[in-house]
Design a protein around this ligand. Sequence first.
Ligand SMILES: NC(=O)c1ccc[n+]([C@@H]2O[C@H](COP(=O)([O-])OP(=O)(O)OC[C@H]3O[C@@H](n4cnc5c(N)ncnc54)[C@H](O)[C@@H]3O)[C@@H](O)[C@H]2O)c1
Ligand SMILES: O=C(O)[C@H](O)COP(=O)(O)O
Length: 529
Amino acid sequence: MNKPVVLVAEELSEAGLAVLGADFEVRHTDGADRSQLLPALAEVDALIVRSATQVDAEAIAAAPRLRVVARAGVGLDNVDVDAATKAGVMVVNAPTSNITSAAEQTIALILASARNTAQAHAALKNGEWKRSKYTGVELDEKVIGILGLGKIGQLVAQRLQPFGVELIAYDPYLPPARAAQMGVKLLSLEEVLKQADFITVHLPKTKETLGLIGDRELHQVKPTVRIVNVARGGIVDEGALYSAIKEGRVAGAGLDVFSKEPCTDSPLFELDQVVVTPHLGASTHEAQEKAGTQVARSVKLALAGEFVPDAVNVQGGAVAEDVKPGLPLAEKLGRVFTALAGEVATKLNVEVRGEIASQDVRVIELAALKGVFADVIEEQVTYVNAPLLAKERGVEVELVTSSESPDWRNVVTVRGVLADGRQVSVSGTLSGPRQITKIVEVNGYEMEIEPTAHLCFLTYADRPGIVGVVGRLLGEHNVNIASMQVARDVKGGKALIALTVDSAIPADVVEQIVAEIGADSGRSVDLED
Ligand SMILES: NC(=O)c1ccc[n+]([C@@H]2O[C@H](COP(=O)([O-])OP(=O)(O)OC[C@H]3O[C@@H](n4cnc5c(N)ncnc54)[C@H](O)[C@@H]3O)[C@@H](O)[C@H]2O)c1
Ligand SMILES: O=C(O)[C@H](O)COP(=O)(O)O
């Protein structure tokens, strides 16, 4: 069997490659070069990138087999997550892998900017002993303004605390109490701009943050302010920063990131007050090892069809161990549901009852939806795009949970209303120490059958002789019955036959059975992939 192909489009640590191991065919390309990247994507199952590869809609469309894009780092501004979601492609990152390195790089740039370290170093190596020119400022008793008090902003705050600084921050999405716990006062952007002696940026690059620190904002700051950006280029407008420094409205800057990268030529480079590094925030051995191994583990999980905790475009959080076995069960129930319904429902309830219902079981809803659409949609259906497919088709989906489950430890039910108002339901459980998957209810009839590769359900008016007719017709068409159960509401009422058979029952044979026994409905279900 061919091994899944993992395309590594930027440098990945040896440790990351080692985690991938021998089960994958690992290919390499230069992701920054479109003419190499696009053709290389044609056969890949997974793509691993850092920040230099644009994983846009065009790249995703060039990869028909793609199942996961893994960003070996934090920022996802180079990945079109919406396009990936529509294509059913999971996107993962390594959200904590390089935050310490980025925070340390921030401290380095703050200090370098305060003490002119880089400029003095360059001058001295050039034979110039200039002490007064490079007189700097202390951090002690200064006000540091942090824009974005998230993971990195918080680490920066912790690391600055011992310098005797006052910490203020702008982050409208963080509760003030959480900031106060860290000794940081949350203020408006305007107040931070007015009060800060140093401003350090730790925001994601989004529509709101692009150009957030522009000309207007740089007219509000102290002329002694130094601005450090280790987040993303463009959050601080480069043209506005250049003018502000030139005009003496800003004292200096430390920049690790640029609006267009690689950036080897910028008016800012001409200014002695500006210290720059080429996007080195995450470039430490430690961060790269963590990023590489984390994304490699995520890629393995994703290609094994398992839930990936670091996936950014899958609803629900980490999956508890006792919830995991419910995923293949729910997916099977979703497939049986659609086969029984013969159409996509207008309203779907995914019910989880029993012990596991006390956990976060949103992923069971996803698995059921994945099953519901698996056999009716041409494109690949995954945990990623299943909710989107439901939304696009106007299917209302609700997750119902209850710790009460009278008959079974845990039961999952997929219940739906069809366009004509009919209701269809199927329930299943994992039974016994071997956790065998069983269907325990169909359309209100109790039963116990294993959802093997080929199933058939017939609903008819209860009367003698029906089982014989079904057996004879299947025998005549060489379909071997593995198991059969008959359930009914009341004697002489409505009855249901559930069959497991050894081979698929051709549609015309089902029709013939339905006709001969005068069944209300007959549905065959093939769960074999
Ligand atoms: N230079 C590097 O090598 C390097 C390394 C790692 C991360 N980064 C970048 O650093 C930045 C921060 O990363 P993080 O892991 O701390 O992210 P994070 O998501 O943990 O934190 C971001 C913070 O910004 C806040 N925020 C979001 N939008 C905002 C807005 N419009 N106004 C004000 N606050 C807003 C959020 O509430 C959050 O607290 C990202 O841009 C990331 O890409 C750069
Ligand atoms: O967002 C990130 O993780 C950092 O900016 C690092 O990017 P890099 O992996 O390209 O160094």
